[in-house]
Design a protein. Sequence first.
Length: 247
Amino acid sequence: MSQRVQLPVPGTDASLGVIRHGHYGRPVLVFPSEAGRAEDFAANGMVGAVQDLVDAGRVSFFCVDAADKWTWSDNAATTEERAQRHQVYTAWLEQSVLPWIDEQLGSRQPLVTLGVSMGAYHAVHFTLTHAHVAPLAIGMSGNYDVSSWHGRGSRGDATYFANPVDYVGGMQGDHLQWLRDRASVLLVVGQGPFEVDPTRALPSTTSFANLLAEKGIPHQLDMWGYESAHDWPWWQKQLAHHLPRFC
């Protein structure tokens, strides 16, 4: 059984966990669904769905804890306050998780980011802001507009730079070209139960794909049918369908 490693959250007394599955292959940084834990990916059958790739040494998953209870899921806080707290989570990824992954791999290797539901936001956002270390994102059933998550209060710089709809919409010039040259995003979403209400994953995903197209950022939109639900059995199928071509 894979062991949990606790890594310190910069500037706090807290720590968050990481679990690795697999020993070789393309490294994939996995974000859990809303407020989830590193254990959730395997517990919900996602590792098993691609066990052949793990056993063949084609992929290695690095699953992290979420901090959503303190950030995006804390609806008592304003959107801007939640975005500011999210910066601490990003610092944990940058200063604790990435160095630990490098140590595990023996060198810096390009990462794939992966997530379902709110984890899809984290995966896509991390690639769009860290394409130099994670050039490919796979987001499944995501909502990419943080202001739609019980948003309230005035929005400032923290929200803008944490919200893909905002900063991709405003991107231009050299920065946009840099991202076009480095990043690629795969957006997967179903049209079945819970993909519209209450998650708004379907309209958000299709809208965000249109924004990426408008900006010329490499991406693919894969829409599954009306039976495809916002749930783990479908994410298992989607992962098994797409991941083999990337590792």
